[in-house]
Design a protein around this ligand. Sequence first.
Ligand code: FAD
Length: 461
Amino acid sequence: MQHLIKAFASRTAFQRPFAMSTTSTDVIVVGAGIAGLIAAYNLTRAGKSVHVIEARNRIGGRAWSDDSLGFPVELGCMAIHGYVEGNPVRQYSSALGLNTKLLPNARGTLLTADGPLDKAVAGRLSSNLSAAMARLSSIASDSDALPKETSVADVLLAPSSPLYEGLLEEDRAMATSLARSLEIGWGISLEATSAYYAGWASGIAFAGSDGVVVGGYGKFAEALKTAAEQTGKGTFTLSAPVEKISQRDDGVHVLSQNGSTYHAQTALSTIPLGALKTLPGDFFEPSLPTRRQKAISRTSVGALEKLCLSYDSLWWDPDAGPFNLLTENAVILAIPLSTDPATLHVLLPHSALNLSGEDVHAMLAKAIAPGQTVPKPKKIFGSNWKTDPLAYGATSSPTMVGQDRTPLDFAEAARPVWNGLLGFAGEATEMNHRGSVPGAILSGQREAERILNLLNRRTDG
Ligand SMILES: Cc1cc2nc3c(=O)[nH]c(=O)nc-3n(C[C@H](O)[C@H](O)[C@H](O)COP(=O)(O)OP(=O)(O)OC[C@H]3O[C@@H](n4cnc5c(N)ncnc54)[C@H](O)[C@@H]3O)c2cc1C
């Protein structure tokens, strides 16, 4: 019996008795996150037939809006960073008939565990952090003077850092805590982040003002899918995890767990870095080049979770948010989303993932409204990207400390294989915009253009 089980388990996916070829298209896109949807949108509009195969029972990937409270709660991406600085989400939204809006530049309130921080101290801490960041970027841009093993913590938290300039001894720990607010976006600790490459892409990345898609990023994903379908060239299969992608004489074959094999001239994988790291060695056949495999293992995926706390009544000053709660190891950011129902949208960084929703509520209540009785949340829900096998983390992190690690690993991740027949897109393949929606968009655009050239060259030839 044992040998029979083994023999069955060792069958390659393409030897399955019930595997059947169902569709043949110009392009197969694996993954219906923003990168895959943008590629499908652009390719179908250029007249190519595209089949998008998605593992989840929904599209959007890490763009995931929960509408159960009657307004969008973003469990993945939320902000259009660089709203007036050229973020491509705005251009696509307008082409898709969606509205976007600029968010007010609210400074928010810094909180300690026991209540709001004195305004003068809070101002000093914030300006010290800006000065320390400026010093880090000037050291990093002259990085030949910096040993490669230097971490951001080595520079930013050094005793001589501008971070601590003019502070009383008892305020220094809060300055260190505030510096950890950088970890919210990076997903890893200051100690793990390379100072040599710190801010490497910051002159190029979309930053400055923030906006949102009205109705949420889920609507953005839906509109891209609808537009691709309306061309008559785009089809979608959901709930179909891909388990093998192979090069064959007639193009590319993609096998899904639903037992179907799909065929196309070319394919595009948008499988996120965290999931790529765990794929079996024979997922791609022929397997990925060694240099690519090394780049995948050198790059890391950071953690960030979203938590939503919804209440029967409002208990905070609606003009005071967002709230930045400084704890010993982390900054917990709570953004008021709505006053009716009163709702807080909380960003939990990597070092606060052990906290439950009730813990976070209790900490925020004590810090925002010390000494007062506040209502308990009537609804608590959130994300779990870290353990989600289709993501295994929030986004690719900045380059970590380590001799062989460089931002070029993200460029390596973007390179097509099999003479261009299999391409790669997704936020972790955009060296200058990794970890963001614009990164996903630009990667999808880049690959749509490359595939279009490839297919057109074949037709012309
Ligand atoms: C908590 C959080 C907050 C964020 N905040 C912001 C923000 O404010 N602004 C911003 O610009 N960015 C933000 N981001 C980043 C942004 O969400 C991502 O960069 C972007 O959505 C990634 O898109 P993608 O297409 O590369 O990947 P994904 O969205 O992950 O899409 C990949 C798709 O592939 C599917 N897939 C995986 N494996 C398989 C398989 N074997 N077979 C078939 N399908 C498969 C997945 O299910 C998924 O749908 C945030 C991310 C997180 C997690």
